[in-house]
Design a binder for this molecule. Sequence first.
Ligand code: UFG
Length: 323
Amino acid sequence: MNVLVTGGAGYIGSVTVELLAKSGHKAVVIDNLSEGHKNAVPERHTLITADIADGEKLDAVFTANKIDAVMHFAAHCYVGESVKNPAKYYDNNVIAGLKLLNGCVRHKVEKFIFSSSCATYGIPEKIPITEEEKQIPVNPYGETKLAFEKALKRYSAAYGIKYSILRYFNAAGAAEKLGEDHRPETHLIPLILGCAMGKREKVEIFGTDYSTPDGTCIRDYIHVSDIARAHILAMESDFSDCYNLGNGSGYSVKEVIKAAEKVTGKKIKTAATGRREGDPPILIGDSKKISEKLAWKPAFASIEKIISSAWKWHRKNPEGYKE
Ligand code: UFG
């Protein structure tokens, strides 16, 4: 299939582009490079540096490349930032996203794969979280992802475009040549590894008074390559549905630090600080549905394996991608 990958120069997008090519599909990347990296897209793939809100540009890209499916990764994704600057999140994740979706309708795209998030569930009633859980987000980031999910379902019913909504839990780890390089970095695992490499002095622990066994937040970490594979399976399926994408086991912030100490052999200095606004205490996903319907199974089920892959990439690329 000819696949337009928005945000294909970003962390999860670039790993998916690589896998699309390996699976016999043709990826066309559109990325405004506000957060993505040109060097994360090998030259053999088409990289169009443009914004998805640019309708004229989109029309030209759809027409020139006969796009069958769209994988939509381009979005802002920081929970904390979304609380402080919701306008940035609504503008990009909802308004620009709808422009892309309108383009898909104009050009009769068959399938739309959307990067959604467990942040759409807010504070769940039941753990692990199934797709049946009520979606009541507690931060603007989750609200924007939910708003787009709703629009996508309506567009599907009215205009016939098929969709797969993938609600990721915490993406982590690296592929051999592609890894996580956010600037500034805010995610726990790369921050910890930055300390292990001597680039940072310490890791702050955001909240030690949550109602969890050690008082720190629990998350379900899932390897970026496992997320990428789920996208291909979803695109190749011919029905519309929503799926959780997690490993089904949770690790607290302190447990992640301990696992990273084991993997790296370095002691990580920490400092307990206050809670970060918008953080739910526990998020663990039940991914039974995608396992049953699309035969997806994570290859990286252990946190050590996930951290190990990231550690390898960060040591090889201490300054991240060269610009
Ligand atoms: N954390 C710290 N210190 C840090 C950074 C993070 O204690 O310096 C904690 C956070 O409070 C959280 C956990 O580590 O409990 C993981 O935080 P990340 O920032 O790595 O990831 P988030 O859970 O905030 O967010 C990520 C993605 C979102 C996605 C979410 C789903 O960025 O897009 O996972 O849980 F929605």
